[in-house]
Design a binder for this molecule. Structure first.
Ligand SMILES: C[S@@+](CC[C@H](N)C(=O)[O-])C[C@H]1O[C@@H](n2cnc3c(N)ncnc32)[C@H](O)[C@@H]1O
Length: 163
Protein backbone atom coordinates (compact mmCIF):
# COMPACT_ATOMS: atom_id res chain seq x y z
CA UNK A 1 0.00 0.00 0.00
CA UNK A 2 1.25 3.51 -0.75
CA UNK A 3 0.21 6.40 1.47
CA UNK A 4 2.44 9.45 1.88
CA UNK A 5 3.24 10.73 5.32
CA UNK A 6 1.77 13.93 6.74
CA UNK A 7 4.72 16.28 6.71
CA UNK A 8 3.87 17.82 10.10
CA UNK A 9 3.97 14.39 11.75
CA UNK A 10 7.29 13.53 10.13
CA UNK A 11 8.80 16.88 11.15
CA UNK A 12 7.56 16.42 14.72
CA UNK A 13 9.42 13.09 14.92
CA UNK A 14 12.59 14.44 13.27
CA UNK A 15 12.75 17.31 15.77
CA UNK A 16 13.05 14.75 18.59
CA UNK A 17 15.95 12.69 17.25
CA UNK A 18 18.53 11.88 19.95
CA UNK A 19 21.55 13.21 18.07
CA UNK A 20 23.80 16.26 18.27
CA UNK A 21 25.29 16.44 14.82
CA UNK A 22 23.18 15.49 11.79
CA UNK A 23 26.26 15.45 9.60
CA UNK A 24 27.45 12.29 11.39
CA UNK A 25 24.35 10.34 10.25
CA UNK A 26 22.88 8.88 7.08
CA UNK A 27 19.08 9.08 6.95
CA UNK A 28 17.25 6.22 5.21
CA UNK A 29 13.54 6.20 4.41
CA UNK A 30 12.79 2.47 4.17
CA UNK A 31 9.74 1.90 1.95
CA UNK A 32 9.80 5.39 0.58
CA UNK A 33 7.07 5.48 -2.08
CA UNK A 34 7.30 8.56 -4.28
CA UNK A 35 10.06 9.92 -2.06
CA UNK A 36 8.40 12.92 -0.46
CA UNK A 37 10.05 12.14 2.88
CA UNK A 38 13.48 12.54 1.26
CA UNK A 39 12.82 16.21 0.77
CA UNK A 40 11.66 16.64 4.37
CA UNK A 41 14.78 14.84 5.66
CA UNK A 42 17.03 16.87 3.34
CA UNK A 43 15.99 20.02 5.23
CA UNK A 44 18.37 18.75 7.94
CA UNK A 45 22.14 18.66 7.39
CA UNK A 46 22.42 14.86 7.30
CA UNK A 47 25.58 13.42 5.80
CA UNK A 48 23.44 11.64 3.24
CA UNK A 49 19.73 11.02 2.67
CA UNK A 50 18.70 7.74 1.02
CA UNK A 51 15.43 6.10 0.16
CA UNK A 52 14.77 2.43 -0.44
CA UNK A 53 11.71 1.44 -2.47
CA UNK A 54 10.69 -1.91 -3.93
CA UNK A 55 7.95 -0.88 -6.36
CA UNK A 56 9.37 -0.20 -9.84
CA UNK A 57 6.54 2.21 -10.60
CA UNK A 58 6.94 4.28 -7.42
CA UNK A 59 10.71 4.22 -7.80
CA UNK A 60 10.42 5.77 -11.29
CA UNK A 61 8.19 8.56 -9.93
CA UNK A 62 10.62 9.14 -7.04
CA UNK A 63 13.59 9.41 -9.38
CA UNK A 64 11.76 11.94 -11.58
CA UNK A 65 10.85 13.95 -8.45
CA UNK A 66 14.45 13.84 -7.32
CA UNK A 67 15.76 15.11 -10.66
CA UNK A 68 13.48 18.15 -10.56
CA UNK A 69 13.79 18.91 -6.85
CA UNK A 70 15.46 22.17 -5.85
CA UNK A 71 14.57 24.00 -2.68
CA UNK A 72 16.08 26.80 -0.66
CA UNK A 73 15.57 24.85 2.57
CA UNK A 74 17.61 21.88 1.33
CA UNK A 75 20.63 21.44 3.62
CA UNK A 76 21.70 17.92 2.65
CA UNK A 77 22.88 17.82 -0.96
CA UNK A 78 23.72 14.12 -1.10
CA UNK A 79 20.30 12.61 -1.78
CA UNK A 80 19.88 9.26 -3.52
CA UNK A 81 17.22 6.77 -4.43
CA UNK A 82 17.77 3.00 -4.20
CA UNK A 83 15.56 0.43 -5.89
CA UNK A 84 15.67 -2.59 -3.57
CA UNK A 85 13.72 -4.96 -1.38
CA UNK A 86 14.14 -3.79 2.21
CA UNK A 87 14.31 -7.45 3.32
CA UNK A 88 17.58 -7.81 1.39
CA UNK A 89 19.03 -4.37 1.93
CA UNK A 90 22.63 -4.12 3.16
CA UNK A 91 22.77 -1.24 5.59
CA UNK A 92 25.70 1.16 5.20
CA UNK A 93 28.16 0.78 8.07
CA UNK A 94 27.61 4.33 9.29
CA UNK A 95 25.56 5.99 12.01
CA UNK A 96 22.00 5.73 10.75
CA UNK A 97 18.54 7.17 11.16
CA UNK A 98 16.11 4.56 9.81
CA UNK A 99 12.70 6.04 9.18
CA UNK A 100 9.61 3.91 8.54
CA UNK A 101 5.98 4.80 8.01
CA UNK A 102 4.39 1.35 8.12
CA UNK A 103 5.99 0.25 4.87
CA UNK A 104 5.48 -3.51 5.10
CA UNK A 105 4.28 -6.46 7.18
CA UNK A 106 6.05 -8.45 9.89
CA UNK A 107 7.75 -10.89 7.51
CA UNK A 108 9.75 -8.25 5.59
CA UNK A 109 10.30 -6.29 8.81
CA UNK A 110 11.79 -9.37 10.56
CA UNK A 111 14.16 -10.07 7.68
CA UNK A 112 15.23 -6.44 7.50
CA UNK A 113 15.85 -6.27 11.26
CA UNK A 114 17.83 -9.54 11.17
CA UNK A 115 20.08 -7.92 8.53
CA UNK A 116 20.39 -4.85 10.72
CA UNK A 117 21.34 -7.01 13.72
CA UNK A 118 24.09 -8.74 11.72
CA UNK A 119 25.32 -5.36 10.54
CA UNK A 120 25.40 -4.09 14.15
CA UNK A 121 27.36 -7.17 15.26
CA UNK A 122 29.96 -6.48 12.55
CA UNK A 123 30.01 -2.78 13.19
CA UNK A 124 28.49 -1.51 16.47
CA UNK A 125 27.31 2.07 15.99
CA UNK A 126 24.57 4.54 16.78
CA UNK A 127 21.41 3.60 14.90
CA UNK A 128 18.16 5.46 15.51
CA UNK A 129 14.88 3.89 14.36
CA UNK A 130 11.91 6.21 13.85
CA UNK A 131 8.50 4.63 13.30
CA UNK A 132 5.50 6.77 12.37
CA UNK A 133 2.10 5.39 13.43
CA UNK A 134 4.05 2.27 14.42
CA UNK A 135 2.90 -1.22 13.61
CA UNK A 136 5.12 -4.23 14.33
CA UNK A 137 7.10 -2.08 16.78
CA UNK A 138 7.43 -5.14 19.03
CA UNK A 139 9.88 -6.57 16.47
CA UNK A 140 12.20 -3.60 17.03
CA UNK A 141 11.71 -3.86 20.80
CA UNK A 142 12.80 -7.52 20.71
CA UNK A 143 16.22 -6.50 19.39
CA UNK A 144 18.76 -6.68 22.21
CA UNK A 145 20.59 -3.60 20.88
CA UNK A 146 17.55 -1.30 20.61
CA UNK A 147 16.27 0.75 23.52
CA UNK A 148 13.19 2.99 23.62
CA UNK A 149 14.05 6.68 23.46
CA UNK A 150 10.55 8.12 23.05
CA UNK A 151 7.00 6.95 22.44
CA UNK A 152 4.14 9.25 21.49
CA UNK A 153 0.78 8.47 19.94
CA UNK A 154 2.18 9.24 16.48
CA UNK A 155 5.73 7.99 16.63
CA UNK A 156 8.20 5.73 18.39
CA UNK A 157 11.93 6.41 18.47
CA UNK A 158 14.46 3.71 19.36
CA UNK A 159 18.24 3.82 19.47
CA UNK A 160 21.22 1.57 20.02
CA UNK A 161 23.27 2.25 23.10
CA UNK A 162 26.50 2.83 21.14
CA UNK A 163 26.45 6.60 20.67
C1 LIG B 1 3.06 3.77 3.58
S1 LIG B 1 4.15 3.96 2.19
C2 LIG B 1 5.32 5.06 2.94
C3 LIG B 1 5.82 6.18 2.05
C4 LIG B 1 6.88 7.11 2.66
N1 LIG B 1 7.85 6.42 3.48
C5 LIG B 1 6.29 8.27 3.46
O1 LIG B 1 6.52 8.32 4.68
O2 LIG B 1 5.63 9.12 2.85
C6 LIG B 1 4.97 2.37 2.16
C7 LIG B 1 5.93 2.11 0.99
O3 LIG B 1 6.69 0.92 1.27
C8 LIG B 1 6.98 0.26 0.03
N2 LIG B 1 7.37 -1.14 0.28
C9 LIG B 1 6.56 -2.20 0.57
N3 LIG B 1 7.28 -3.33 0.71
C10 LIG B 1 8.59 -3.00 0.51
C11 LIG B 1 9.82 -3.73 0.53
N4 LIG B 1 9.85 -5.05 0.78
N5 LIG B 1 10.98 -3.06 0.30
C12 LIG B 1 10.98 -1.71 0.05
N6 LIG B 1 9.84 -0.99 -0.01
C13 LIG B 1 8.66 -1.60 0.23
C14 LIG B 1 5.64 0.41 -0.71
O4 LIG B 1 5.84 0.21 -2.11
C15 LIG B 1 5.24 1.84 -0.34
O5 LIG B 1 5.74 2.75 -1.29
Amino acid sequence: MYAPVRTANARAALRELPLQDHSAYTFIDVGSGKGWMLFVAAEYPFRKVLKVEYSTELQAVAEANLRSYRHRSQRCKDVASIHANAAEFDFPEENLVLYMFNPFGPEVMSRMLANLERSLERSPRHVIVVMLWPENAELVEEMAEMKVFQKTRRHHIYQTQTA
